[in-house]
Ligand binder design. Sequence first.
Ligand code: AHM
Ligand code: MG
Length: 340
Amino acid sequence: MRSKVVTIDRHIIDQERNHPGASGRFSALLYDIALAAKIISREVNMAGLIDVLGRTGERNVHGEQVQKLDAFAQEVIVKAMDHAGHLCCMVSEECDEIIAIPERFELGNYVLLFDPLDGSSNINVNVSIGTIFSIHQRVTPAGTPGTTSDCLQPGSRQLAAGYVIYGSSTMLVYTTGVEGGVHGFTLDPSIGEFLLSNPHIRIPDPPARVYSVNEAYYSRWSEPQRRLTDHFRSGRDEGGGHDPEGYKSRYIGSLVSDAHRTLLQGGLFMYPAETRAPAGKLRVLYEAAPLALVFEAAGGRASDGRRDITSIVPTGLHDRTPLFLGSASLVNVAESYLQS
Ligand code: AHM
Ligand code: MG
């Protein structure tokens, strides 16, 4: 049986029809993100063929080496988004400060927060990487340049969030929250369109019995974190009895890939605090909060071990957090160990 072909543009317009008061600006913003994703996807796919691999030698604000594709993705997103009059400012994992909208362009009412190319250490070995994005409504007066107050909002206030995974195919997954649901689109490179491939994604429940964490850091974890991981390795069920199925471990080390697998199959992804990263490694604004909105809208959960990620009010643009992301039942198990 043939299914209906729905492009991402068509889907965004249809979604907007459900909100009669919508200005169209928000839809246009999502459209521009999809356009940037197509350009980045093309470049990522060409990475093995043209000389774009290798390090630029620069260091980003976190002291990490920037690779050429990171810089390219950053530029593509800024250039695709700065001139259409939708945004009052942008902020990226790769930049220390807010990215201002050039004076010659109109200012809008939204803020875009993004990680242009997450998992960049995987680029050279052909492992899937991704772009993560989050959109907030501004809180400062219209017509003025955006400020940090517009950016430092809790994840619960996100209007939309999502990610693009550059994998065996390129997929864009986005949500406008619980009501709008989570939808996945696969890029058909022959026509250059994102086509709706995974409508209304729900994280499976019961979930796949999979946990995902970098276990090399075991000795650097807290005692409760070790016990939590031991639980998954022990072959015991939640009540302490024998678990005939047991858990599998899967860890790619590329957040978008680990999150995407967890969203589609269920399971638990963890990036806990450890002695060398006492606040965790992942960033609240560009990684944890957008993925949290996606998972919550798909029926899953995201926690820092004590509270919902979306309840965190960031105090700095580059705040980090421990992250426990996945099927609600397994995030609950994580919290019960970490709070014991
Ligand atoms: P990045 O933003 O510098 O690319 O780092 C984030 C990445 C994530 O993609 C991934 O989940 C994590 O770092 C892996 O870290 P580790 O190598 O410590 O397991
Ligand atoms: Mg990142």
